[in-house]
Design a binder for this molecule. Structure first.
Ligand code: NAP
Length: 282
């Protein structure tokens, strides 16, 4: 016997209601996890914050300047991570506000371009690069990893760079600082693996973020190029991108969310290069 139209409508509506219920109550991969993402107001960090929130994590982020477009519920701590005080204040606030930290993403970083090469940097330039791209992470780990060790669980992700492996003459301080970060990350991973704390590093190639846009303007000005010319020059410096385009912040965020999840439970001490194929060695 054919179905009554009302009957069919009710059936479709019930299915829709059941699906809505399932979506609202489905377990998300990072449900219940408390995450700190440094530099989460722009570029890669902002994409990581969005992704972790989508996956159910409670997220606290930090930067020197506040913004008004953080996803709902994300907490913000203002501070300069290139100083020891900035790192300890962030760690204190994170423990206070979240009650503990399960996932720590050390993302804040960046560098000024020196077109004249390594011999044109001052002592201050070198120290600033090390403070911002390396010691900031060491200090934050020192403050937050012990509670992971004590709990017997935790995840740390260090955002390094492909320039740690292929140093660039115009950013030698940044390349060296990221190489130090990568080496340190491996050492830390070995020290805490026995306590079920996983430490990995993600090394992006060229990602179009506000930092890269600033870099392109600086390059254009220094070399008398337009922005397209500067982009082509930068691409040539990183050895080209076989996949044909710079990366997107969301593509890094997907990888970080995976590393933070239990699906990556047997991965530690590893480097994940995500660069559209730029790195030429094996
Ligand atoms: N974009 C790329 O092509 C690329 C490639 C390889 C690796 N990376 C790495 O990926 C990370 C993110 O880069 P991005 O391109 O997304 O940079 P971005 O767009 O400039 O964003 C950097 C974030 O870090 C914060 N930050 C910078 N210095 C800080 C400091 N001293 N204290 C506290 N917060 C600070 C910034 O906020 P405030 O300025 O308000 O402090 C911002 O939220 C960096 O570690 C970078 O080295 C980027």
């Amino acid at each position: 016997m054919p179905c009554e139209p009302t009957h069919a409508f009710l059936t479709v509506r019930s299915i829709t209601t059941i699906l809505d219920y399932m979506v609202q109550n489905s377990t998300k991969e990072l449900d219940g996890l408390r995450a700190v993402v440094t530099g989460g107001t722009k570029g890669i960090g902002a994409a990581i914050v969005r992704r972790l929130v989508e996956q159910g994590a409670t997220v606290l982020t930090s930067a020197r300047n506040p913004v008004d477009d953080l996803p709902e519920g994300v907490r913000f701590v203002r501070g300069d991570l290139s100083t020891a005080q900035g790192a300890s204040a962030l760690a204190e606030q994170a423990l206070d506000q979240l009650g503990g930290v399960d996932v720590l993403v050390n993302n804040a970083g960046g560098a000024q371009l020196f077109p004249g090469g390594p011999l044109t940097l001052s002592e201050k330039d070198w120290l600033e690069a090390l403070q911002t791209n390396y010691l900031s992470a060491v200090r934050l780990d020192n403050a937050l990893v012990p509670q992971m060790v004590e709990r017997g669980s935790g995840v740390v992700v260090h955002i390094s760079s492909i320039v740690a492996r292929e140093p660039q003459t115009t950013i030698p301080h940044y390349s060296a600082a990221k190489a130090a970060l990568s080496s340190y990350s491996k050492a830390l991973s070995k020290a805490v693996a026995g306590n079920n704390v996983r430490v990995n590093r993600v090394s992006p190639g060229m990602i179009e973020t506000p930092a890269v846009q600033v870099l392109l303007s600086e390059m254009a000005q220094a070399r008398g190029l337009d922005i397209e010319g500067a982009r082509a020059a930068l691409l040539a410096e990183v050895g080209g991108i076989p996949l044909g385009r710079p990366g997107r912040p969301e593509e890094i965020a997907d990888l970080v969310a995976y590393l933070a999840s239990d699906r990556a439970r047997w991965i530690t001490g590893s480097e994940f290069v995500i660069d559209g194929g730029s790195i030429s060695n094996v």
